[in-house]
Structure formats: C-alpha cells, structure tokens
Design a protein around this ligand. Structure first.
Ligand SMILES: [Zn+2]
Length: 90
C-alpha cells in the first residue's frame, strides 16, 4: 500500500554525482502527481538536470529522507544532510 502523502508537505529527492557517488539532497513539495524538486541541491553544488547527476530516489518525506541519508552514510553531502535536521519552517 502506498504511503499517504500530504499535499504541500515537504518532499526530498536524492541525486548523486555519476563519477564520485557524492549524494546531494533536493527539496520540493508533494503534489497530486508526485513531487517537485528544486533544480539545485540544498547546498547548491549539484544541478539535477546536469549530465553528471544520477537520480537515486525521489519524493521522500522528511523521516524517510533522514533514514535514507543514514543508510547512505558518509556519501551524503554534509551541508544537505544538516538541512534535514533544521526545522526553520514550521
Ligand atoms: Zn549537497
């Protein structure tokens, strides 16, 4: 069964550099058809539309994104990860 999504809840997507496997996180919102994501990663280092970017997973909620980031571990960009634990908009 699909996980219930709250429309307009924050959504997180993960992309990595093809060459280095360095993973970055992109923020967006859940929409009826899936989710949006910004073109640039939270840290602004990776453009997900560039040829160097490989999609890992999209449309995770915050808890799922934290779990995923923990699984990937040190491969995830520190700036992007730290943003997952910052609750400046509530
Ligand atoms: Zn990053």
């Amino acid at each position: 069964m699909a996980v219930q999504r709250t429309i307009n809840e924050e959504a997180f997507s993960f992309y990595k550099y093809k060459d280095t496997d360095e993973t970055h996180i992109f923020k967006g919102r859940f929409i009826p058809t899936g989710c949006t994501a910004t073109q640039n990663s939270i840290c602004n280092k990776l453009n997900r539309n560039s040829d160097d970017a490989v999609r890992i997973i999209t449309c995770l909620n915050e808890n799922e994104a934290r779990t995923r980031a923990a699984q990937i571990g040190r491969g995830v960009c520190g700036i992007c990860v730290s943003n997952l634990y910052t609750t400046y908009e509530k």
